[in-house]
Design a protein around this ligand. Sequence first.
Ligand code: HEM
Length: 229
Amino acid sequence: MYLLLHEGVTNNTSFMQAIGEMDTYFRDQIASRREVPGEDLITFLLDAEMDGQPLSDEHIIGTLRLLLIAGIDTTWSAIGASLWHLAKHPQDRRRLVAEPALMPTAVEEFLRAYAPVTMARQVVRETTVGGCPFKERQMVMLPFPAANRDPEVFSDADRVLIDRAENRHATFGLGIHRCIGSNLARMEITVAIEEWLVRIPEFKLTNPDDVTWSHGAVRGPRRLPVTFG
Ligand code: HEM
């Protein structure tokens, strides 16, 4: 079976076309909520105010676009990486099938070990962190996946332990911009792995060399050929 998770954007014209279609879709949704309000996020955003002013349509579309993209690429990457691990580690897979109560620690451990998201920030004023000087306007990477393997924080940091009890990873970021969808993501990953293991408890990589990974800020497998049984 071929798990084709997502090939990545390779064609700029179709990318721009897709962005255009997405915006049209969001604009239609906003227009229909203006006519008939509902009990949903778009209606909430239409009613919201910032500094006493309603949000502009551009602001609302930007928010919806962020939510859609932040919620898709990340979770399928996390689910793909978890399945990749389980395909390669029959002991963990069988243990998870036999002891489903381990699911919460296993999901947290997959999130730690295969953290999909790396972010960046722009430095607002000159400073020094950990002896490293930063200048105004420089860009800085926030490699959450590397932080998750810090040996001073995690024992056996490079080992995936599906029953790891303490797991204060940084996969969803830290601070004010920490992921707003983290618990939804956890639920999606849990349901996906649980349902997969009920139906397909035995599977392995068809050929490890055929697995491909995404590049860029969101990392996860994009082609994951697995054989059932
Ligand atoms: C495994 C899945 C996910 C991972 C690893 C992840 C990771 C992250 C990270 C690291 C950040 C912080 C970015 C920063 O500090 O600049 C973030 C922010 C955000 N995430 Fe997620 N995310 C996931 C799923 C989701 C889902 C399912 C949603 C919504 C449906 C979502 C919506 C957002 C939004 C809106 C922000 C921006 C928050 C802000 O800037 O205040 N994410 N996410």
